[in-house]
Design a binder for this molecule. Structure first.
Ligand code: VG1
Ligand code: CO
Length: 545
């Protein structure tokens, strides 16, 4: 094997965001760009000599090329074994599982998640650690620091590269073993160990109808194998099942805006009993009932309240956690069940320490992310199977399950308003405006609610003591209602500003309002204190969830 050392100079923009390094494909295609990042990872998480690493992605444009680069660089850096998903595919949850299953040193996940794919769109890469979870901030900052001083990287040339990703089996590149594995098999076995597949099979046997929208992204093969081939859902249950490099031109983000055809189907005359969708890399989930949308914050709370019905969680939950902007619905369940409940900054990396130290079992985010300690990533299909298992066990409709939950615990009305593609300076001005208003807001009364506190959320990790500041501006009311302003860390173009709105009513109150109406006072106040419309020239959000 011939190892070449290439001289390079740093790029200034390789700081990973909420979930890895995400950029336009054309940025990744610049000479040395991907290589610099990969070498910075090896230099930071090393020594990697003799280790096992997992590699796979969501199948988007540039996935295969990036894998070939990683193969050449891993061999040159002395990696012992690379396990790669067939065709270069691995969903994020499956990759997390494989890292744990093989006790690997870590893994590269190639995805820009819910961002569109194709030559004109986005690509992404992130490194997950030996626990299967995204690298913590300490490590991502060290990778970034390394990328600012890099002068050379290593790759091996010839000796069998590029390799074929199409057939399962083993091969050698230099001294490194490569195993191409079925991306679904081990993940499916894990799901089977958690859920009552027989009960779900019976549910489908009783004529229960479902539609799963894979959005031409990575979950297609997983959903087909599990829902149709194993659980007996009729063929055609999984739509848009073939992974495409550009996701069929769509936006693989399972929300009310981008999964419109699924939403229309579930709200139509011929609606099936259950609908679900996942995102580009398979870690998100949207849950729908017949003519009914389940807010992800409620979904997390409902999974927690029903966990005792699921074989994999029958021994009870250690605790639960949610990201700060996620509604407090799960807090109410935790309180009723006597469980510990944690509030972390946005992004999955903060849940890892809590799971590794055995303090939580379930966790989730408002952004259609739910998961448990079975892996260290959020998991789209897992959430769908969890719901199917609940429905099979309770034999009620999705709507009945949710409404009876609200009756018992009350309802946390929740909505997120996203303003996408703002100028970065505008987003900054808005945030400054909000922060400036804080001093005069505390103690004020708005539409019957008194503001208790305004702050900038900061988190001290209870396990390692690390502090993460600047995680979102909060206006918190005495009754638990909240308005939160936060800048997105996953966009690749302009700035996205998110406003999160939450208002609580107890189980005796009016739980059947339209969330936008229930939240109207808070929406008005959020616009008043941020001056968002005047500052941005917009008069409505890009996406409302
Ligand atoms: C968004 C979501 C956040 C999620 C992140 C990664 O981040 O709000 O909750 O963890 O995406 O999800 P941001 O910084 O844009 O708000 V995924 O499916 O891209 O791994
Ligand atoms: Co994702």
């Amino acid at each position: 094997m011939k190892i070449k050392t290439i001289q390079t100079i740093p790029f200034a923009d390789q700081r990973p965001g909420t979930s890895g390094l995400r950029k336009r494909v054309k940025v990744f295609r610049q000479p040395h760009y991907l290589e610099n990042f990969v070498q910075s990872v090896f230099d930071t998480v090393g020594p990697v000599e003799g280790t096992t690493l997992i590699v796979g992605g969501d199948g988007r444009f540039y996935n295969r090329e990036a894998i070939q680069t990683i193969v050449q660089m891993a061999a040159a850096n002395g990696v012992g074994r690379l396990i790669i998903g067939q065709h270069g595919l691995l969903s994020t949850p499956a990759a997390s599982h494989l890292i744990r299953l093989h006790r690997a040193h870590g893994g590269f996940i190639l995805s820009a998640s819910h961002n569109p794919g194709g030559p004109a769109h986005d690509f992404g890469i992130k490194f997950n650690m030996a626990n299967g979870g995204p690298a913590p901030e300490k490590i991502t900052e060290a990778i970034y620091a390394r990328s600012r001083e890099i002068t050379e990287y290593h790759l091996c040339e010839g000796s069998g590269t590029p390799i074929s990703l199409e057939a399962c089996g083993s091969l050698l590149v230099g001294n490194m073993i490569i195993e191409i594995v079925d991306p679904v098999e081990d993940y499916q076995a894990l799901m089977q160990s958690l859920f009552d597949f027989d009960a779900i099979r019976e549910l489908f046997g009783r004529g229960f109808r479902m539609r799963f929208d894979a959005m031409h992204a990575v979950t297609g093969p997983y959903a087909k194998a599990i829902l149709e081939d194993s659980l007996g859902a009729p063929e055609g249950t999984v739509i848009h099942a073939r992974p495409l490099e550009d996701f069929g031109g769509g936006h693989p983000d399972p929300n009310l805006t981008y999964a419109r055809s699924l939403v229309e189907c579930l709200f139509g005359d011929e609606a099936p009993d259950f609908g679900a969708a996942s995102d580009g890399d398979g870690d998100r989930n949207m849950i729908l009932g017949r003519h009914f949308f389940v807010n992800p914050c409620d979904s997390l709370a409902i999974l927690a309240a029903n966990a005792h019905r699921i074989p994999g969680y029958q021994q009870g939950l250690a605790g639960v956690a949610r990201s700060m902007p996620t509604s407090g619905a799960v807090d109410r369940v935790a309180e009723a069940l006597g469980l510990r409940c944690f509030e972390t900054p946005t992004g999955w990396k903060f849940f890892g320490n809590l799971m590794d130290s055995g303090q939580i079992t379930l966790c989730g985010e408002e952004s259609f992310g739910t998961g448990s300690s079975h892996i260290r990533e959020k998991d789209g299909l897992w959430a769908v199977l969890f719901w199917l298992n609940i429905l099979a066990s309770r034999n009620e409709s999705v709507e009945d399950v949710v409404v009876s939950h609200w009756r018992r615990f009350g309802r946390n009305y929740f909505s997120r308003h996203d303003y996408e593609d703002l100028q970065s300076e505008t987003a900054q001005e808005v945030m400054t405006k909000v922060q400036d208003s804080f001093a005069s807001l505390s103690g004020q009364k708005h539409a019957g609610r008194t503001i208790r506190v305004c702050d900038d959320f900061s988190y001290t990790d209870p396990v390692d003591g690390s502090v993460s500041k600047g995680q979102g501006l909060r206006v918190v009311f005495e009754d638990g209602s909240r308005i939160i302003f936060r800048r997105s860390g996953t966009g690749t173009h302009g700035a996205t500003l998110r406003i999160y709105l939450e208002a609580y009513v107890d189980g005796q109150g009016n739980i059947h309002m339209n969330p936008q109406e229930a939240l109207q006072d808070l929406i008005d106040l959020s616009l008043e204190i941020s001056d968002l419309h005047a500052l941005s020239g917009r008069n409505e959000p890009t996406v409302i969830t």
